[in-house]
Design a protein around this ligand. Structure first.
Ligand code: BGC
Length: 404
């Protein structure tokens, strides 16, 4: 295994959030349930399925060296056992579009969505899920040449953290409609999966996919990505903070010891209080998602990981949500400075990917939440590079000197 020599400066997206019309996925079915858990359906999204080349050109114009995107399983295998060669060819052209512009393609194999037939069979809880996922990983690894890194499952730990919260927010009517649409319990959709499915089949599927990829492309680095907040505590809350770290992150970081890297995805900070509750720090400024605006979080997370684990890290997602692009620019500057400081203190960080390249479909919250360096007019799909993207470009250029 060899991680790329140069530090990867990039931006990230995920298929369902930008491609549009992912009609054979479980998520699409849920969006069209009535009443739906989703405030609006994804529809055409940013139509990236037809505009990949244009988007990669933007990545190149931004002076970035890498682009992270996902290969949509629901397109590759829309019906059980039916594999679309045309779709694999499409993703091969996406990889080529990156390579011809000197951009390192980083791909994700599972970014929350999956084929509807798989959800009907139980999703992660299905007995053969690890095997099915390893088969999908193998066919993608065979089809795509020239990839820089593979992320198996995006934020495998997220359901352990967030499914209780998502479940609590779903009304009885929404749940019933969702289950009718899926033809399965709501836990068949990744974001609502139970702990047992994630810690059992989820980790097994990650390992099986990793081993399948290594067998086909020895030397191609493989890892999973994890959702990791900066965990902090008010006086008296330290034991609760530590318990959160042990429950939500440690089992996954332990498993990642056998991987080539771990993808760190950090957006904010969680403050544990003496009474066991968690929330925003006192006096914190909230973003449009209600998270603390906390660019320092990502560097703190890298340092915390480095204090216990030696696995190389790639920041595969970090970003600012909101309409104030000036704030986005300052967020990026502070976040990257924090990552650099963590590296100077010994954290082995090999890349930084801003989430997201484009304003996109923010899952249940729809299009109102904007993370992008690039705005998308959803009427005509035109792209507008925001000023924060220029700041990121200047930083990537300067910091491109940092040796990984
Ligand atoms: C996910 C993205 C999502 C982002 C912002 C991460 O949890 O990987 O798909 O858009 O956070 O919520």
């Amino acid at each position: 295994m060899r991680l790329p020599d140069r530090f990867l400066w990039g931006a990230a997206t995920a298929a369902h959030q930008v491609e549009g019309n992912n009609v054979n996925s479980d998520c699409w079915a849920l969006e069209h349930a009535a009443p739906s858990l989703f405030v609006e359906p994804s529809g055409d999204a940013a139509d990236q399925y037809h505009r990949f080349d244009q988007d990669v050109r933007i990545v190149a114009d931004l002076g970035l060296g890498a682009y992270r995107f996902s290969v949509e399983w629901a397109r590759v295998e829309p019906e059980r056992g039916h594999v679309s060669q045309a779709v694999l060819d499409h993703y091969r052209r996406c990889v080529e579009a990156c390579l011809t512009r000197g951009i390192a393609p980083v791909i994700t194999l599972h970014h929350f969505t999956q084929p509807r037939w798989l959800a009907r069979a139980g999703g992660f809880a299905a007995a053969d899920f690890p095997q099915r996922f390893a088969e999908q990983a193998a066919r993608v690894a065979r089809a795509l040449d020239g990839i820089a890194l593979v992320c198996t499952i995006n934020e495998l730990n997220l359901p352990v953290l967030a499914a209780p919260y998502f479940n609590a927010r779903a009304s009885e009517e929404q749940r019933a409609a969702a289950e009718r649409a899926l033809g399965a319990p709501l836990s068949a959709f990744f974001l609502f999966a139970g702990d047992e499915a994630i810690l059992g089949n989820g980790l097994a599927a990650h390992r099986a996919a990793r081993d399948a990829i290594r067998a086909i492309r020895p030397g191609l680095p493989v890892g999973m990505t994890l959702a990791i907040s900066e965990e902090d505590a008010e006086p008296g809350g330290e034991a609760h903070r530590d318990a959160r770290r042990e429950r939500f992150y440690a089992p996954f970081l332990d498993a990642a010891r056998e991987d080539d890297f771990v993808g760190v995805q950090t957006y904010s900070r969680m403050m544990s209080r003496a009474d066991g509750s968690v929330g925003l720090a006192g006096g914190a400024v909230a973003t449009t998602m209600g998270w603390e605006d906390r660019p320092e979080a990502v560097g703190a997370v890298c340092e915390w990981i480095a204090s216990r684990w030696r696995t190389p890290m790639v920041v595969t997602e970090n970003g600012y949500v909101g309409d104030d692009d000036g704030r986005r620019a300052r967020f990026i500057e502070t976040a990257v400075a924090g990552v650099k400081q963590a590296m100077m203190r010994g954290a082995d960080v090999r890349g930084y990917f801003y989430w997201s390249l484009l304003d996109n479909f923010e899952w249940m919250l729809g299009y109102r939440q904007r993370f992008g360096l690039v705005g998308v007019d959803r009427k005509d799909q035109s792209r507008t590079v925001k000023p924060s993207a220029d700041i990121f470009r200047a930083m990537a250029e300067r910091a491109g000197q940092v040796e990984a």
